[in-house]
Ligand binder design. Structure first.
Ligand code: MF3
Ligand code: CO
Length: 294
C-alpha cells in the first residue's frame, strides 16, 4: 500500500478495530485511497485516520475542553487578568481528571493561550495583563484525556468594544463556518482554505500565512499543516476519519507577523493592527463532518 502500512488479505481482520473481515470492512476504502495516491493526490497515511473508538475518546476529551471554555465565558469581565483565565482553565481541567495540553508543551509555561488585541496567537497568560473594557481576547484551550487530544478556541469581547473590533471577531467566526460548510468527504483541504480566505478578504481583512490548523487526536499536532489560503481541489484529501482543526488567524490590517518577542512565544501583527481567531476541531465522516470541539 501507498503508506507502507498494513497490506491485508481479504479474510484478515480489518485494521480499524471493527473485528470484521477486511473484505467486509475497509478493503474498498483502502483501494480508493491507493487509487487516489496513484493519481498523484495527497492522501494521509492510514495510521492518522481515527477509528470509531478514537473518535469516542476525542469526544470525551472535547467535552472537558469545551467545559473549560464555558468556564471562561461565564467569568471573563473587565478587571480580570489573563493569569486568572489560566487558573480557571487549569483548575477546571484537572478537576475533570484531564491535563491541559499547552502546559510544558515545547516549554510553554501556562495551561492555555490568551491573545489580546494585536496578539495573533500564543499569548502567555500573565498576572500583570489586566483585561479592560474594549479589549478582544482569544482563549485557546487544549485538553488531553486518556491520551486523546482536543483543541478549540473562542474570542471574547470585554465589555463594549468598537464596531470595527466586533466586525473582526464576527467575520473571523463566519469564516470558520464557511470553512466547515466546505468540508465534504473525499473533497480537499484547499476547498476549506479557499472558503475561509474568500470570506476574510472580501471583508477587507487578511489571513495569517505562517500559522494554521493541524491534524490532531493521538498527538497535539499531527500532519498535515492546515493553511487557510489556497485553491479549491488542492491539498490533502478529506478522507473519512481525518480529524483536524479549522483555526484561521485573521488580521484587521496586513497579514505579516512579528515574532520578535523575547519570550519566544507571543506572535503579534507586524503592523500593530488587531487580530482574531476562532478554532474548531472536527472529524470527516462518511456523509459530512462532526464538530468535536468548539
Ligand atoms: N492551541 C494551539 C493550537 O491551536 C497550540 C498552542 S501551543 C502552545 O494549535 F504551546 F502555545 F500552547
Ligand atoms: Co489548534
Amino acid at each position: 500500500m501507498y503508506d507502507n502500512g498494513p497490506d491485508l488479505g481479504r479474510n484478515d481482520t480489518c485494521w480499524c478495530g471493527s473485528g470484521k473481515k477486511y473484505k467486509k470492512c475497509h478493503l474498498a476504502f483502502d483501494e480508493r485511497l491507493q487509487g487516489l495516491w496513484e493519481e498523484g493526490e495527497e492522501v494521509l497515511p492510514r495510521d492518522l485516520l481515527k477509528t470509531p473508538d478514537d473518535i469516542e475518546g476525542i469526544r470525551r476529551s472535547a467535552a472537558v475542553n469545551m467545559g473549560a471554555l464555558d468556564e471562561v465565558a461565564a467569568r471573563i469581565a473587565p478587571g480580570v487578568t489573563t493569569a486568572d483565565i489560566d487558573r480557571w482553565v487549569h483548575e477546571y481541567t484537572v478537576a475533570q481528571g484531564a491535563i491541559p495540553a499547552p502546559l510544558n508543551y515545547e516549554g510553554f509555561p501556562k495551561s492555555c493561550c490568551t491573545s489580546v488585541n494585536g496578539v495573533i496567537c500564543h499569548g502567555i497568560p500573565a498576572e500583570d495583563e489586566v483585561l479592560a473594557e474594549g479589549d478582544i481576547v482569544n482563549v485557546d484551550c487544549s485538553t488531553i484525556l486518556d491520551g486523546y487530544y482536543s483543541d478549540s478556541s473562542r474570542m471574547f469581547t470585554v465589555g463594549e468594544v468598537t464596531s470595527e473590533r466586533q466586525r473582526l471577531v464576527d467575520v473571523t467566526r463566519e469564516s470558520v463556518e464557511r470553512g466547515l460548510a466546505a468540508v465534504r468527504p473525499w473533497g480537499h483541504l484547499g476547498d476549506v482554505a479557499h472558503a475561509v480566505q474568500e470570506h476574510v478578504e472580501v471583508a477587507g481583512f487578511s489571513v495569517v500565512r505562517e500559522f494554521g490548523g493541524h491534524g490532531i487526536g493521538l498527538e497535539f499536532h499531527e500532519d498535515p499543516f492546515v493553511g487557510f489560503v489556497g485553491e479549491p481541489g488542492t491539498g490533502t484529501v478529506l478522507v473519512p476519519g481525518f480529524c483536524f482543526t479549522i483555526e484561521p488567524m485573521v488580521n484587521a490590517g496586513r497579514h505579516e507577523i512579528d515574532m520578535n518577542d523575547p519570550n519566544g512565544w507571543t506572535v503579534r501583527t507586524k503592523d500593530g493592527s488587531d487580530s482574531a481567531q476562532w478554532e474548531v476541531q472536527l472529524v470527516v465522516t462518511e456523509d459530512g463532518y462532526e464538530v468535536l470541539s468548539r
